[in-house]
Write a new protein. Structure first.
Length: 271
């Protein structure tokens, strides 16, 4: 726990500076690096025996998704990169028939998920950043408060296992704590925004908190299921005390996308 807390204390301020004070392209570079590592981790977890070039290419294409959005927003490059990922993976599938044994379609699916789908969901952070700091803060507040709430409430009050075969340490009490703390944090955030002259709909923010924590915990369990099927504990050991990028950003994959969708469909605040 000590290492986990120290890393969080160091990384969170650095992330805050990048997100709120530096140019958009810096955030694009950061999210590109996160997407690239996540793509490599996911692919190597799902298909460890596949040729090394495939996760490398998927990682490069994954990095371009958020980077292109930060440099040239609008969607055309997203479309081009989606075509590129599909073309590359189906190309690998076709050329594999030249060898002794064709590769399975599951490799194509893993490549599309790691090279485009996961990065595209994470790129919602870049798109929210273009709307303003008040919006881009949402996925971070939701993910960090849900994760932290579930973790600490689970450590101190957890008694009943949530899904023991899938995630042995998660408890029902911790899950409930994640929901409650996320809702509380977003309501406090609403008070801050109201003090900055935003028009705030607190009931909608509370719904953001509930749905956001649900998305965060759902994402955590989804990526845990992938790890269990692959027989590994962590996606990698790149972050001390946390494991890999996907071990830290698993919930964020769904939270970022949901936050963008909620902001576009049911705004909780306006300036």
């Amino acid at each position: 726990m000590k290492t986990r807390i120290i890393v969080g204390v160091v990384c969170i301020p650095v992330l805050a500076v990048i997100v709120f004070f530096l140019p958009a392209w810096v955030l694009g570079v950061l999210m590109g690096a996160i997407a690239a590592i996540a793509a490599w981790e996911f692919f190597r977890c799902v298909k460890p025996g596949a040729p090394q070039r495939i996760p490398v290419v998927c990682g490069v294409l994954a990095a371009l998704v958020p980077l292109s959005e930060s440099l040239a927003p609008g969607g055309v490059w997203d479309y081009a990169l989606f075509i590129a990922v599909l073309a590359y993976m189906f190309g690998e599938l076709m050329f594999s028939f030249c060898g002794e044994e064709p590769m399975g379609f599951d490799i194509v699916a893993a490549g599309v998920l790691s090279g485009y789908a996961i990065p595209y969901f994470l790129t919602a952070i870049v798109r929210l950043d273009a709307m303003g700091n008040a919006f881009v803060a949402l996925p971070f507040l939701i993910a960090f408060s849900s994760d932290s709430g579930a973790y600490f409430v689970g450590v101190f009050l957890g008694r009943h296992k949530l899904v023991p075969k899938l995630s042995p340490k998660k408890t029902i009490e911790g899950s409930a704590g994640g929901f409650l703390i996320t809702i509380a944090v977003l309501l406090i955030y609403g008070l801050v925004l109201k003090g900055l002259d935003y028009t705030v709909r607190f009931q909608v923010l509370a719904a953001y908190g509930m749905l956001g924590s649900l998305a965060c915990q759902f994402g955590d369990l989804c990526f845990s299921a992938v790890k269990r099927l692959s027989g590994i504990k962590d996606y990698s050991n790149i972050i001390p005390g946390h494991g890999g990028i996907l071990d830290r950003f698993d919930g964020m994959v769904f939270v970022a996308a949901l936050s963008e969708l909620l902001v576009l469909l049911v705004p909780a605040f306006i300036i």
